[in-house]
Design a protein around this ligand. Structure first.
Ligand code: DC
Length: 215
């Protein structure tokens, strides 16, 4: 399952996995964990240092109460993975080839060991080109911002929506324009525009597609 920032991929993937009895693998968490670690070490802006460190980095999915959590060098950053600092840097960090290699290897290993629903930007195009079912989730940028702000649970203004929209669009631009496995719909992925859909409607639509794909 791929799509732009805040398109609802990870909550949708989590629900779909639960309903299918599969394991949810959120690939963005690995990019975020590497970014979190690099910020902590003060090398998040230093591409060469990061590329040198990442091949030996102890970063992977670890079992959690439900599905997987992510651990980096023995620490589980948890909510730290969603911090504004990590979110602002993660697209740049994820352009580095060494970073993408490590994440690709961890994702494919999870895919060999479990039946998974995996979400990200390049899952259908690069990580699992032979996936049984590929979904590309999209939604209008303004709606994606409102969903993200609603998730935070505090009141927000039109200006907050505009600011958030600018941030999301900047991240999408970076994710779409990088040379290595950019955000793109795979030719055989089914696009679902969720702008006017409820979360349950999206999950039900995907479960129907899954039932047909697995028949
Ligand atoms: O899904 P997310 O917002 O947690 O992803 C964070 C960043 O990680 C995203 O802006 C780009 C990168 N990413 C990626 O390059 N490829 C993926 N499969 C998943 C995430």
């Amino acid at each position: 399952m791929d799509g732009p920032a805040a398109s609802g991929k990870s909550s949708t993937a989590r629900s779909v996995a639960r309903r299918l009895g599969f394991v949810h693998v959120n690939s963005g968490l690995l990019y975020r964990a590497i970014t979190w670690w690099a910020l902590d070490r003060g090398i998040a802006g230093d591409g060469p240092a990061l590329e040198a460190a990442v091949p030996g980095l102890d970063v992977d999915f670890v079992p959690a109460r439900e599905g997987f959590d992510v651990s980096v060098e023995g620490t589980r950053p948890g909510p730290g993975l969603e911090s504004p600092e990590v979110t602002a840097r993660v697209s740049a960090v994820s352009t580095l080839p060494a970073v993408r290699d490590v994440v690709l290897e961890r994702l494919r290993r999870a895919g060999r060991r479990h039946e998974i629903v995996c979400d990200g930007r390049d899952i259908g195009t690069a990580v699992f080109p032979g996936a049984d079912l590929k979904i590309f989730l999209v939604a209008e940028a303004g709606e994606r911002s409102r969903r993200r702000l609603r998730q935070r649970g505090t009141p927000f203004t039109d200006e907050d929506v505009e600011r958030e929209t600018r941030r999301l669009e900047a991240r999408d631009r970076l994710d779409r324009s990088r040379p290595l496995s950019p955000l793109r719909r795979a030719p055989d992925a089914i696009e679902i525009d969720t702008t006017a859909m409820s979360p349950d409607q999206v999950v039900d639509a995907i479960l129907e597609l899954a039932a047909a794909a697995f028949r």
